[in-house]
Design a protein around this ligand. Structure first.
Ligand SMILES: CC(=O)[C@@H](O)[C@H](O)COP(=O)(O)O
Ligand SMILES: NCC(=O)COP(=O)(O)O
Length: 248
């Protein structure tokens, strides 16, 4: 089984929002990514709509539905307004992230034990609506995946930001990779699927997939968007698919 690539469109939306104009089109770029072989699209609507707007979400859901086998993943903190967005869009997967609205980006995973009751309720609610649920977890805390299984999650998404931050530090990267592998193993033993994301790039992705080849999905936005400025979105998707171990 190879690792699926879900292209996160937050950064494209952020570029669009620099002007009161409709380009770059979030759905237009998403379509190019899917036509080039991306296995799905991800967005992380935040309460301030600084990138993905509430109105983008149903349009992205309709776009993904045009591509058989492609999946739509929506990420965010499970406040009622977020739950209303996902319950209307019915994505294939919801990734719950413990973000405070004031955070500039996601920077930590769930303390599942401290949120046991609320996570159990919200996961049951989303699964009853037909959505797969993944919990964002820290890369160096193998205690979290078994707890994620207990509260009903289907998958965990391992937060790879600290690994991405070691881009100029090979020894630090090796240490982070070892931690990620241990957390992934704990998730596998707990019977969960494993996703990964945050600050993954063409350069750090092959090593990650080499060590943990059973990662089901990577969601990548910042690196993909940066590389799309150089190579174009279609070629960038092909390069990332390859970096994730998919046939060329
Ligand atoms: C959960 C995760 O790592 C990504 O969704 C990331 O938070 C993207 O969010 P921003 O694009 O707002 O940084
Ligand atoms: N879940 C991580 C994601 O969707 C994209 O994160 P990034 O590549 O923009 O850091």
């Amino acid at each position: 089984m190879s690792t699926r690539l879900s292209v996160n469109l937050n950064a494209v939306a952020q570029l669009r929002n620099r002007r009161d104009l409709p380009w770059p089109s979030v759905t237009g770029i998403g379509r190019i990514a899917l036509e080039a072989g991306a296995h799905g699209l991800t967005c992380h609507p935040r309460p301030d709509e600084r990138h993905i707007r509430r109105s983008d979400v149903p349009e992205l859901a309709a776009l993904v539905a045009e591509f058989p086998g492609a999946e739509f993943n929506i990420e965010g903190y499970p406040a009622e307004d977020f739950l209303a967005i996902v319950e209307a869009a019915k994505p294939d997967q919801v990734t719950l992230v413990p973000d405070d609205p004031s955070q500039s980006t996601s920077d930590h995973g769930w303390d599942v034990a401290a949120n046991r009751d609320s996570l159990t309720k919200v996961i049951a609610r989303l699964k009853a609506g037909g959505m797969r649920v993944s919990l964002f977890v820290d890369p160096d805390d193998p205690r979290q995946p078994p707890l994620a299984a207990e509260v009903g999650a289907d998958r965990v998404e391992i937060y790879t930001g600290p690994y991405g931050a070691t881009h100029d530090d090979p020894a630090g990267a090796a240490k982070m990779l070892a931690a990620i592998a241990e957390t992934a193993e704990a998730a596998k033993v707990a019977g969960l699927g494993i996703n990964a994301g945050h600050d993954l790039t063409l350069f750090n992705l092959p090593q990650l997939i080499g060590l943990v080849p059973y990662i089901a999905e990577v969601s990548i936005g910042h690196g993909v968007t940066a590389d799309a400025l150089i190579f174009g979105m279609a070629e960038t998707v092909r390069l990332y698919r390859q970096a994730a171990g998919n046939p060329v």
